[in-house]
Design a protein around this ligand. Structure first.
Ligand code: HEC
Length: 157
């Protein structure tokens, strides 16, 4: 039995590692999928606050606070592993897979600044969202801008 499990495990490992053509065609597929999934989650949470700000959804202080906390915590995550150098849209095989521009990894890249601004904006939102609709509305503009300002430079349309 133990032998069988070992053999089965080995076969699985081989099947997943011995596919050089695949790995070459789509390098960093998992990392790219991870970061895009991360941003989909961010977008979902932003959507809830956006709907409240626009009056498309009733303001609910408790929910707004919970969602703002999600965004603050998301921005604080260390996702460095999802952003390996070379996983940009100009890399071989990645033009249809990612919208990350190579400039992210350039020597003069200020993506760290953009990220810092985003963290700051999510912190302000977390202090504001539960304090009334006006406070939420004041915080959402700068927060949205912090997304856009990074996308403008580092994400293809
Ligand atoms: C520091 C830079 C930066 C910040 C800040 C940022 N993004 Fe992004 N975002 C990116 C990059 C780069 C990509 C492209 C990722 C890829 O395709 O590999 C991206 C992709 C996305 C995507 C597409 C995900 C997919 O399925 O392909 C969405 C949606 C998104 N971001 C929403 C947001 C929202 C909403 C905010 C703010 C609350 C935000 N982003 C803040 C850099 C940023």
């Amino acid at each position: 039995m133990e032998k069988f499990i070992k053999a089965a495990l080995c076969a699985t490992v081989l099947a997943t590692t011995v596919s050089p053509a695949m790995a070459e065609d789509f390098p960093f597929e998992d990392q790219i999928e991870g970061r895009q999934g991360f941003f989909q989650m961010v977008k979902f949470n932003m959507g809830v606050l956006g709907a409240m700000a626009k009056g498309k959804r009733d303001y609910d202080a408790e929910l707004a606070q919970a969602i703002a906390n999600n965004l603050k915590n998301a921005a604080a995550m260390d996702n460095a592993l999802m952003w390996p150098k070379g996983s940009d849209m100009d890399a071989k095989g990645l033009s249809d897979v990612t919208k990350a521009k190579a400039d992210i990894w350039a020597a003069d890249s200020d993506i760290g600044e953009k990220h810092k601004n985003w963290v700051a904006a999510t912190n302000i939102m977390a202090e504001s969202a539960g304090q009334g609709l006006d406070a939420l509305r004041d915080a959402i503009g700068p927060l949205g801008k912090s997304c856009k300002s990074c996308h403008d430079n580092y994400k293809a349309k």
